[in-house]
Structures are given as C-alpha cells and as structure tokens.
Ligand binder design. Structure first.
Ligand code: AMP
Length: 491
C-alpha cells in the first residue's frame, strides 16, 4: 500500500498484491486472486485491519524468511531465478517467460550487462526485476546506511511507481525492500528513510541527484543498476544527471539499459554505462505492436474536439487516452470534454503528484473513462483496459507516436489508435510514418492533404483534405459543429 506522505510503497500483504494492483499479461480480472486463497501456497493470516503495516509485518515475516527454500520447478527457476521469487509468479499470471524474459534472464543471471530494446508491455520489468531479486537474495547482506544495493532509474514518477509495485509483488515473502524516490514528494521524508539504507532504490534522476547532493544517498555500494526507458530519460533532458550518476557508481557492477528506441545520444549513454553488453531486441525500434488498429483523420485543428467527442460517444464505456502536445492545451481540452459531460481527468506536468496519482487511480478503476495526457505524464502507463488512444495532437518526436499508441492493445488485448492530423501537422505525420516504415491508413477515405500544396493554392491554414477532384478543401470543412453533437452529451 502506498503511503502518500512518504512515497514509500509498503510491502504487500501476504495475500500477495501490492496496493496498486498491477495487472499482468494474459490475466483477466478476478484471476488475480490472493495466493492464500488459490494455489495453496504458504501465506500468513492477517485478521486485523490493515492499518499499521510496519508493526504487523514483523513477526510473520521473520518466520517466513527462515522457511526452507521452496522446491519448485518452473520455466523461471530453470533460467536461474530464485525459487523464493519464482513462487510468487504464478499468482501474478506470469507463468511462461515473455520473449524479452526468455532472451535476457539467463544472461542477466550469469552476470552480463544488457542492452534491451523493448517497450513497456513486453515484460521488461520482470526481465530485470527477477534476476535482481535473485542476486540480492543470494548475496543476502543488509544495506548500509544511505546506500542502496540496487538502483533502478526511471524517467517519470508514474513509471517509478509501477516498477515499485511490480517489485513488491515479485518480492512477497522475501526480506527485500524497495523505496521509491521521485520529485513532487517530501524530500525530507526521503532523506530520513534513506538513513537506514535500502535494498532497491527506484528513482527519477533529478530527485536522486538532489538526494545525493544532500548527502542522503551514497551510490558507492550499488552493484546492480537498471536504466529503464532510457530514451525517454534523454528526451526529458536527464543526460547530465545520468552522466553525473554514472561517475558515482562503482566500476564493479552489473548494468542493464532498456530503451524503446535507439537515438544517437543513447549510443553514447550505453557506451558510458555498459561493458560488453548482451544485446536483446523484442520489438524492433519504431515498430508498433501488430495488434493495434491504426488510423488517421485529416481534420481542421478547430474541428478536432468535435471529432473526438464523436469517437468517445461511440465507445462510452471503454477507456481512452487522448494525447495533447502541451500542458495548457491538454488542460483546456479536458475542461471542454468535462463541460460536454464526459468523465475525464488530465495528467500533465502542471499537475501535482497527488493529482496525477488520483487521476491515474480513477482511470485505472474505470471511474473516469477518458484521460487527457501529455507525453511526459503518460508514458509507461500500463492499464490493459485502455481500448483507444487518440493522438489529438501529433507528437513532434516521431518515436513518441509509437509509445503513445503502445498504451493500448496491452496484455493480449486489441486496441485502436486514431490520429487527428491538421494541415499544419502533415510534416509530423510523414515523419512518424517514416520512422515506423509504414503508412497509417486514412480513415473514411479522406484524401491526404499536403500542407505545402495547400499553401500554394492559397487555401486556409486548417482545411479538410481536398476531395478527389481537388475542390472540397476550402468549401467543406471536415467537422462543422462548434459544440458537441447532441448524441455525445451526457446527463
Ligand atoms: P512491463 O513490460 O514490465 O511493463 O510488463 C507489462 C505487463 O506484463 C505487466 O503487467 C507485467 O506484470 C506483465 N508480465 C510480465 N511478464 C509476463 C509474463 N511472462 N506473462 C504474463 N504477463 C507478464
């Protein structure tokens, strides 16, 4: 359960789930049963209300730790994962290793550095988390004050939280503790918690540097390092923080770097962090998952909101993420949709951590159906029920398109990604298609309209694509209504 004051994710109870309830690929709701109820695995009864985790944990946990190492044989133990960790996986729906796990776990267990080209949704958290826990259990010593034995760096608070929840779930029944340090939460509380040291520190680079500068974190004993979504860390501008952190780590360490794309700067970063890495790729960079049905509309900027409302109305009970480019634009759009009666929340850089977490929790629970988000806030979101992604504004970094649409069609489900392309965004669209090496099908047979040709003809700044025959653009705007269509309004 997460303590919003401390940012610390307390250990999940013996019934096996962390508070954030990560769902797992190939697992439907309700399958996620507590271990004690299904499968007959060891658990401790906990009849008291779950109010004081620290006090309640102590006794049963000690007994559990002294328990014999379970004798189990699973595909994960066969790859070298410690049975004390592997025993937790079945209850989480993780039974067969995913391709990234199959390709990387044996090498990581053997101590190799790794360069993994993989997006979220491929099972990369378990790919680095399970060998990490295995190693920490096998070394079995306590962290010294202010140190961490393993460090996981992630670009955003949301991703850090997800990683923390997953690590907690994998580590149930072991003495391994994680602590998450991210911006937007009290640094003093984090300083105090770090005084005891921690097995696994999960951090965003900026906050980690702040803590190091205050003398609250010492990386000299960190022997296992993970850089997750490294390309996004570079996009956000963490390169300097990452260079500084690299210098503080001991040479003798194992490093794993995961990235969905491999921009030039990444090669430099990989060179400075990794030694003779094992290279593993699951989705070739820039290629979208095959199960996502994609489409693009050519539409006036001013008509996008109405078009979006039409889509949302058609799929009222399904979860949708709408991507805007700016914080301000996303906030404005979410307010408009709210006015039109949609249950909507927004997450972007101007929202506090609390607001972002509440928005995500409401969306995850299906209380809000529409999440309007910017790239920074939304990347890494792993909610299998997301059925639609709308690229309300096209991203100006082509790779972000792949990340955005990767929020849908997760955990074996189908998903739809619709892009709204205004005439001024044709350049972005073509760059995305070039990066993906594929064309995005045009929805409804609209004719692509190239902005440059439009300008030559003296057309409006934002017009519907010219109809075949070259006339429609100026006379017929794509979407007229300046208010939501009646059918979209809700009580
Ligand atoms: P990730 O790529 O780490 O964000 O993982 C995406 C989702 O897949 C998470 O909910 C994981 O818990 C889940 N997952 C990871 N490995 C497996 C597996 N081998 N089988 C089924 N689900 C998995």
């Amino acid at each position: 359960m997460k303590d919003s004051m401390t940012n610390e994710t307390s250990r999940p109870n013996r019934s096996g789930k962390p508070a954030g309830k990560p769902r797992f690929q190939g697992q439907s709701h309700g399958q996620n049963k507590p271990r004690g109820e299904h499968g007959g695995k060891p658990h401790f009864r906990n009849d008291k209300p779950n109010t004081n985790h620290r006090r309640m944990r102590a006794e049963p946990e000690e007994k559990f730790i002294r328990r014999a190492i379970p004798e189990i044989d699973t595909p994960f133990t066969r790859m070298g994962i410690d049975p004390r960790v592997a025993i937790n996986l079945e209850g989480l729906g993780i039974e067969t290793p995913s391709p990234i796990q199959e390709k990387s776990i044996p090498g990581i267990v053997a101590g190799r550095d790794l360069l993994g080209l993989a997006q979220t949704g491929t099972g990369k958290t378990a790919a680095f988390g399970l060998p990490m826990l295995t190693r920490l259990l096998n070394i079995g010593r306590k962290p010294e004050p202010r140190t961490c034995r393993a460090l996981i760096l992630a670009p955003t608070r949301e991703l850090a939280t997800q990683i923390a929840e997953n690590i907690d779930a994998y580590a149930v029944g072991t003495p391994i503790r994680q602590f998450r340090v991210v911006g937007g939460a009290s640094i003093n509380v984090q300083v105090m918690r770090m005084e005891r040291g921690v097995d696994v520190l999960i951090a965003t680079p900026g906050r980690l540097i702040d803590l190091i500068e205050r003398g609250a974190v010492d990386l000299s004993q960190t022997q296992y390092l993970v850089l997750d979504e490294a390309d996004q860390m570079l996009d956000i501008g963490f390169i300097h923080a990452l260079r500084r952190i690299a210098k503080m780590l001991p040479r003798e360490r194992q490093t794993l770097l995961f990235s969905a794309t491999m921009p030039k700067l990444m090669e430099e970063l990989a060179d400075s962090y990794l030694t003779d890495p094992l290279k593993v790729a699951v989705n070739p960079p820039g290629q979208a998952a095959a199960k996502i049905e994609q489409g693009v509309h050519f539409v006036n900027q001013g008509d996008k909101a109405t078009l979006l409302a039409e889509y949302l109305s058609k799929h009222m009970n399904e979860l949708a993420i709408v991507f805007g480019r700016t914080k301000h634009g996303s906030e404005k759009l979410s307010k408009l949709l709210e006015k039109w009666g949609y249950k909507v929340a927004a997450i972007h850089g101007n929202k506090s951590q609390g607001q972002r977490e509440r928005a995500l929790a409401g969306f995850r629970a299906g209380e809000t159906k529409v999440l309007v988000a910017t790239d920074v806030a939304a990347r890494g979101i792993d909610i299998p029920e997301v059925a639609h992604v709308y690229n309300y504004d096209l991203p100006n970094v082509p790779e972000n398109y792949v990340h955005r649409i990767g929020r849908t069609a997760r955990a074996g489900r189908d998903g739809r990604a619709i892009a709204f392309c205004a005439p001024a965004e044709i350049g972005e669209l073509r760059a995305i298609e070039k990066a993906m090496k594929a064309q995005i099908p045009v929805v409804g047979g609209e004719v692509p309209f190239e902005a440059s040709k439009m300008r030559e003809r003296g057309g409006p700044a934002g017009g519907r694509p010219a109809a075949p025959g070259g006339q429609g653009a100026r006379k017929r705007p794509a979407r007229r209504p300046s208010r939501a269509p009646k059918s979209t309004q809700r009580a």
